[in-house]
Design a protein around this ligand. Sequence first.
Ligand SMILES: [Fe+2]
Length: 421
Amino acid sequence: MRLYPRLSMRGVSEFEVYPANGVGAGVDGAHGMRSSGSWWAYRLPTEVLFGEGRASALGAQVTALGRCPVLVTDAVVGAQSFLRGIRSEVPSAPVFDAVEANPTVGTVDALADLLRVQGCDVVVAVGGGSVMDCAKAGCALARGPAGQSIRRYHSGGEALGPDRVPLIAVPTTSGTGSEVTPFAVLDDPEKGLKAPLSSPSLYPTVAVVDPALTYSMPLRVTASTGLDALSHAMEGYWSRQHQPFCDMLAMEAGRLVFEWFEAVCLDPFDSEGRRWMAYAATLAGAAFQIPKNAMVHACSFPLSSRFHLPHGTACAFVLDAAIRFNAPALGDRLEAFAAYCGFASVEVMAAEVRRFKRLGGLPCTLEEAGIPESALESLVAESFHPLMRNNPVEVQPEDLLRLYAGLRAEATPDPGPAAGT
Ligand SMILES: [Fe+2]
């Protein structure tokens, strides 16, 4: 059995039970939670504090959790003026700002060493998904056996232990939702592998979501991260492990992204838009952290590691094609998502994703993404991360080859200035 949302006068507020077809059942490995038919579970152990200015008052959260904090960030965030206010909240904290755009296992190991050597008992991570993911893994590794590398636990390794250094996650983008998820995407250059690490010990202790920290994002980062959030909403919704609680979070997250994406692209200081996008990104993180992602994220990993597309840009690159690919199998369930977001059809919703990519200056074709025809077969082969098995439609290599063929320039005419709703 699985649950379908049904539109009512007030939007999607009821669920109907439809006969089982194999979609919707599964076990979440990070939680041991089973979502199957009318049986489902939800857990979010992270305390979420939301609102403009909250990051400038996080000293109380720090002192409640420990006496020896470390501030983790990266060079880009380190140059932002808002960081001065945050540093004044933790004046004694050393700063670890070596996190790369794609955090590596080596950097996680270095952070864990710092935490052990300095006896740090609380971490404040200020940045995008890369910074938060590195800090999450470092906090968990620091309380494990001394001298261990995160490699021991990454990509099919051992399970992380339950103990970790408390972490306060402060996102500066509206996209990854990492502040409320038990995942950390890490790069292992020696193995040529970028993949997520999953463990309940990766949940941040506290998430401080301050929309004012996102005003300085340039257009492409705003667009890339915003479409990452939309990908989380849609993938959590169409995941084989989807369940009604997460469905509702996903639909509202999707509705908010579609409503506010254009506003924040046109005006980065649109405080109302930034507030709703920050909320949508956290909501989308809460929506997919149990059901997990599917084909869009599976495809994104080689697109990022081989062709250096930022994570959200890589997700956005295939998102509209994935909507069309999954639509026939999802039927009225995806139509309900589109309707809740204000679209006349799934096709109109997919066209709007494409328009958003153009608006944000993101690549829409193979040529624009720098992907040669000769790379397609190996790109497809590298896309079969385990998340691919979480897709509602079983994906074959020839399906992905067709999907990428549809992203040739001549196959993808622009939809015009506005797709409309
Ligand atoms: Fe993502």
